[in-house]
Write a protein that binds this ligand. Sequence first.
Ligand SMILES: NC(=O)c1ccc[n+]([C@@H]2O[C@H](COP(=O)([O-])OP(=O)(O)OC[C@H]3O[C@@H](n4cnc5c(N)ncnc54)[C@H](OP(=O)(O)O)[C@@H]3O)[C@@H](O)[C@H]2O)c1
Length: 214
Amino acid sequence: MKIGIIGAGFVGRAIGKLAVQAGHQVMLSNSRGAETLFSLPHAVGGEVGTVAEAVAFGDIVVVAIPFSAYRSVPVEPLAGKIVIDTNNYYPERDGRFSELDARATTTSELLADHLPRSRIVKAFNAITMKDLESDGRPAGAPDRRALPLVGDDMEAKSVVIGLYEAFGFDALDVGQLSEGWRFERGTPAYCVPFGKTDLAKTLAATRRDGSIAA
Ligand SMILES: NC(=O)c1ccc[n+]([C@@H]2O[C@H](COP(=O)([O-])OP(=O)(O)OC[C@H]3O[C@@H](n4cnc5c(N)ncnc54)[C@H](OP(=O)(O)O)[C@@H]3O)[C@@H](O)[C@H]2O)c1
């Protein structure tokens, strides 16, 4: 697959590197221009380009920028494409979003509102990139971690499940995009290493306020 990545920080680099190792083609981008990513092709193994070039390049496109910048993601060029939303809401970095503070929506639903014709999957947000790069294990390993995803498009989700598995993780499909609050920042499963059974139990017991049912 060809994977375009918007953002070339911790998340863009980690996903890019693992995707290249898994045999995919990758193009990373940022807001400042490809000339500021001079060393990345060597470190990651992919190409670099502008955001427009990465979006055009990707059969799927990963959004890996600070959440507050989500409205800068190009809309029309992403129509019909699978978009992986890795973002988390950190008010101390992103500023306040009242609808998120009120738990009336989720970061991925806001991105989906911005990209109404794209096929959004929320994934890769609930693991640190250090762990993503170090904790992959072969299928069936006793300590293999599971990672959650949500989305409204089954084909898009199956692509993300394939990436999780190629990176050495079990995938747990938690349902529709609107269920993404179950593994947003601050929830019990957020960035905690769980196997698939325990992750499913923890997410099922998670309440909308971020607490967990006894
Ligand atoms: N770090 C983690 O372990 C981790 C894990 C899971 C999820 N997340 C979430 O994933 C997102 C990215 O995190 P990160 O740690 O990778 O952040 P980061 O290291 O700060 O990198 C952000 C990248 O996005 C680029 N960028 C910023 N604004 C942009 C825009 N408008 N258009 C294009 N590129 C833009 C930045 O480059 P320029 O400023 O040069 O444009 C930079 O390359 C965040 O929402 C974060 O909460 C992080």
